[in-house]
Design a protein around this ligand. Structure first.
Ligand SMILES: NC(=O)c1ccc[n+]([C@@H]2O[C@H](COP(=O)([O-])OP(=O)(O)OC[C@H]3O[C@@H](n4cnc5c(N)ncnc54)[C@H](O)[C@@H]3O)[C@@H](O)[C@H]2O)c1
Length: 359
């Protein structure tokens, strides 16, 4: 942490690709308890351009060198999914805290490795499912826990749409690319069933467990026609609640995300926006005893910055994480594998009884 202000965490961002350009650099600049200490990428041209704009104290072209810096407190791992665990492990072994982009991993073994390594050290590792820091989600979450009574059913849906880049290209700066950027040795988009599950399904599973707790079993169905993919997933939560998850990619229509929760004392309805609108979910929580809807303004829609501030807070004040933990990251990986297995076997799958160990 910086000498001048002990409440600010010195962050190093690993990876200067699109997600860092769209959000992580800005989060470090605007976050109240963080300091953009360093940036790192093996693509030298990219680091140099980003350093001109964001003015970190230090730049690195080699990750090991960044980790050797004693002033560095934490890293944000913003690289391709395939590198998340090996790079997070290096940081943990160097005694640095980690915010790793979602999804944690495609493999149970990898998740278990990082859990074990983290348990042996005094470091915090959080998975970057930023929707938990959408103020609307947080209001709904608290209402469900404190007021809605016993939860009987949860429906959640996540639909990316055909026109999403028409929206986001207008909202985001055009990312600077580099031919030197390190990519995994395979085309991540060659298998779209896998790619969509990792990119989008992981968010939906995180929403489901944030609202409903651990998933015990599920049964999934997939239909795919042209470039329209639709998963309908029946879920049994360990709490006894049942759930229906709908993951649809390339909806011919608007971005389509939200959830409904039915409890014995109240209910919740939420409409979630494309995250790049920086607008919190519109949430209505109805309480039967009052016969009133509660609807927060939730003015601070910058969920990515709120995620980073909460991560830093957990480290500075030694509080439990409120973001996605490694165990929850592992449960998401199990959920993705159970969906894969359920489709192949046309049967219900218990998450503790998986035939596949990697997606
Ligand atoms: N939370 C969200 O809403 C959200 C949205 C988009 C992307 N993401 C996630 O962000 C991650 C990154 O996405 P991206 O599109 O920016 O990736 P990218 O592959 O385009 O960029 C990653 C950068 O990291 C660098 N890099 C990789 N390994 C390195 C190493 N060992 N040392 C130094 N530099 C290294 C690469 O050179 C590249 O410049 C992905 O996991 C993706 O799933 C999350």
């Amino acid at each position: 942490m910086t000498g001048s202000d002990l409440r600010k965490l010195n962050i190093g961002i690993l990876g200067c690709g699109p997600i860092s350009q769209f959000t992580h650099f800005e989060c470090c600049q605007k976050g109240k308890n963080v300091h953009l200490y360093a940036i790192c990428d093996e693509a030298k041209d990219l680091v140099e351009r980003m350093a001109q704009i964001w003015q970190p104290e230090k730049v690195f072209f080699n990750y090991d060198h960044m980790l050797e810096d004693p002033e560095l407190d934490a890293v944000i791992i913003a690289t391709s999914d395939a590198f998340h665990i090996p790079l997070a492990l290096k940081a943990v072994e160097a005694g640095k805290h980690v915010l790793v982009e979602k999804p944690l991993s495609h493999s149970i073994e990898e998740c278990e490795k990082i859990i074990e390594a983290t348990n042996q050290r005094q470091v915090v590792v959080q998975v970057g499912h930023m929707k938990r820091f959408d103020q609307g989600f947080q209001f709904a979450h608290d209402f469900i826990r404190e007021k809605a009574g016993e939860i009987i059913a949860i429906k959640a849906w996540y639909g990316d749409n055909t026109q999403r880049y028409t929206f986001t290209d207008n909202l985001q700066p055009r990312p600077v690319r580099s031919l030197l950027a390190i990519k995994p040795g395979f085309n991540e988009k060659a298998n779209l069933e896998r790619y969509y599950m990792m990119a989008h399904g992981s968010h939906l599973l995180d929403t489901a467990q944030f609202l409903g707790g651990k998933i015990g079993a599920l049964q999934a169905h997939l239909r795919h026609q042209e470039d329209l993919w639709c998963w309908f997933i029946h879920v049994d939560f360990e709490s006894g609640a049942m759930g229906h998850l709908d993951l649809t990619i390339k909806i011919r229509g608007d971005w389509h995300e939200g959830f409904q929760v039915y409890g014995t004392r109240g209910s919740v309805f939420a409409k979630t926006f494309n995250p790049w609108f920086y607008k919190s979910s519109e949430v209505e929580c109805y309480l039967e005893e009052e016969q009133i809807f509660h609807r927060p303004l939730a003015a601070d829609g910058f969920s990515y910055r709120r995620q980073l501030e909460s991560f830093a807070d957990a480290i500075i004040s030694k509080q439990p994480l409120s973001g996605t933990t490694l165990r929850e990251g592992l449960e998401i990986t199990r959920g993705m594998l159970a969906i894969h297995q359920s489709i192949r076997d046309s049967s219900s799958v218990h998450l503790d009884n998986l035939r596949y160990t990697a997606l």
